[in-house]
Every structure is written in C-alpha cells, then in structure tokens.
Design a protein around this ligand. Sequence first.
Ligand code: PSV
Ligand code: MN
Length: 403
Amino acid sequence: MIKDAVARRVFKALDAFEIELPSWGFADTGTRFGKFFQPAAASTVEEKFHDAGLVHRLTGACPTVAVHVLWDFQPGEDPKAVARLARRHGVRIGSINPNVFQDLHYKLGSFCSPDPKARQAAMEHTLDCVTLGKATGSKLLSMWLADGTNYPGQDSIYRRKADLEKAFKKIHAAMEKSWPGSTLLIEYKPFEPGFYHTDLADWGMSALLCQKAGKRAKVLVDTGHHLPGCNIEHIVAFLLSEGLLGGFHFNDRKYADDDLTFGSIDPYAAFRIFDQIVQYAFDTGKPPKIAYMVDQSHNLKPKIEAMVQTVDEAQKQYAKAQLVDRKALARAQAKGDIVAAERCLKEAFETDVTPLLRKWRRSHGLPADPLAQLRKDGVIQELGKQRTAARKARGEVQSASYA
Ligand code: PSV
Ligand code: MN
C-alpha cells in the first residue's frame, strides 16, 4: 500500500518530470545493413511535430522536441516559422542538435579533423545553430561529435584534443555573448563511428572539456553510450555532485548503442539512475536541473508506440525512485546493514506503481493507459494511409515495404 503522503510526493515529481522527444525518432531510420520503412513514419518536419504533439497529448509529459538541424531545417528557412509550426502541434522546440558528422568534409572528423576547412565548417555550422537556438526560443545546444579514428597512428590524439578544447571554448563564448540562459550539452560515446578511438569517449572526457569551456557547459549522458557492465548511476552521482550533469538521452541497449526503447532490457538500471537523482535532491534539498530527453531510433517498432512506451517506462521508474524510504536507507547504510539497504531499493523497484500512474493521468485528464488509447484510436493505421497517399502525391517512393 502506498501512503497518501508518498502518493502526493510521486504526483508532484511526475508533474515536474518533462521528457523531450527526438524529431528523428519519428522518421524512418535503419542500420547500415538496411532500412525497413514504416508507412506511418514521419517524413516532413511537420509530421514529426505532429507525432511529438500526439505523444504529448497522450502522456502529458513531452512538451518539447529535440531537432537535428540539417534534418529538420531547410537552408535559409526562418527558424521562427519552424518554432511556430511546432507550437501549432502543441509542442515547442527543445534542444538544438548541430550536425557536424554527415557532410563529406567530415570524413576525418569535425572539430578534431586534421583538415582546417572541416574544422572551420563545423564551427560555422555550430555558430549558426547558436543563432538558430536563440531564434527558436530553445535553451539547449546539444553536441554529439562523430570524431574519432579507426586505426592506431591515424592522427595525433594530442592535436585533436587541443583543437576540440579550443572549439568548445569558442562555442561557449558565443553562447555566453548572445544566448542568455542557454546550456551547452556535451555528449560522449565510447565507439562508433570511430572504431579505434573516439575523441569524446567517456563522461570524464566530456566533464573535463565542459570545465575548460565554461560554466554553462554540462555533460549529456546517453544511456546507450557505455561499454557493457558500466555503472551508469555511479557516473550520474559523480556528475551531479560536481554540478556537471546537464541531461540524458534515454534508450536501452544490450551490447552497445542499440537505441532500443528505454528500460526494455534493464529496467532496474533505469530505476537506479533515477534513484541517484532523487537521492541527490533528498541530500541537498535542491532538485537538480536536468534535461531529460529520449534518443531512440530503432526501426522495427512503430515509432509513435515506441515513444509512448519509453515515456511510460521512464515515468514508471521515476515514480518508483520516489518510493525509496530514504531515512531507512540512511539508517541501514550507517549500520553497514547491506541487506536492509538493498531491500530499500528493491522494495521500491518491485512496487507496482501502475495504479498510481493511472490515477495521476486521470487527475490530468489524460488516458490512464496511453499506449492502449493510441492502439484503440487506430491512429497509426490512419497515418499510414494518409502518409502513403501524401508521399505518392509528392512523387516520392518510400519502398516496396509492408503496408
Ligand atoms: C549518436 O549516436 C547520438 O546518440 C547522438 O545523440 C546523435 O545526435 C543522435 O544519436 C542521432 O544520430
Ligand atoms: Mn544520443
């Protein structure tokens, strides 16, 4: 039985728990081995905003959409018009993701490339993104670099690091000057596309570069970007205690960056991450400012369903983390009672919070089970028909895929 006071705490936490959706998570994607197209996948930025708006209407938790600049903005387009389009679908523009990896001149890297022209192109694009971020009303610039090398000896790690430091300092200075209240998020990833070394391979490298760049730079933890067995909640606790945790990209993986729906493989790991965040707020009396974002683009589950599943799972694990009896935990820890301490976590994790979540949703006029509602409404089938017709009208061929 969950006590009333605890339920109120969970409700308050859920009220404040906002999860940003990635525009790219609604579009057709694939692996390097192939793409499996979905009739209902979004192919225009308007369709992506529509789908994000739908997930927000169903869950009440996703008011913003992360945009990937080259994928979502046309050259010369008025960013304010894109922001208006998002608002028409009930969402706002969230983090701005510069793309310094797909153009051919980034073959050897962006800010770390040995080619000064590539470094300059990356800087120009990122500074344009700073202007765009301000114009759209966003407060986040989220940087992920594909920089790395594939073979020992391919390039100087020292030179690459020095160029990277310079670049982040410059970006930070531009944000400081022209984009009040903005945060620079720096993401890391242990490998891929670099298979020998990645210039920002782990949280420590990101944290160090954040510290060198300036106060508004923070680390972004993508839950899929760790080597197997890595203790992510430990990283989270370290970053929080140093004031360096900026945000998350939620997804799950069994081996490496598989972009699976959050908590699909290891929900207890998701719970333990939230547990550290709630513990930090309990210890300090200050709920940390964290940008929670989804970054998943696996291509077999229907996109909108996968997104609702991830949001539901995040809310579930976040709610469970609020249930931990922090005083009992502190007592057990002080006594060295390992079994009792672990039980505090396990009891919370094993509590069924579904009835509480349903109640919270009903109290906000939301469907008690957003995924069931989505399926009942038959939206995905309808979108599939509409979008197939729209593609045909535009003369686009999606694929000879299933219908
Ligand atoms: C890279 O794997 C990543 O996690 C970065 O966040 C990118 O912005 C995103 O995926 C989409 O490629
Ligand atoms: Mn990511």
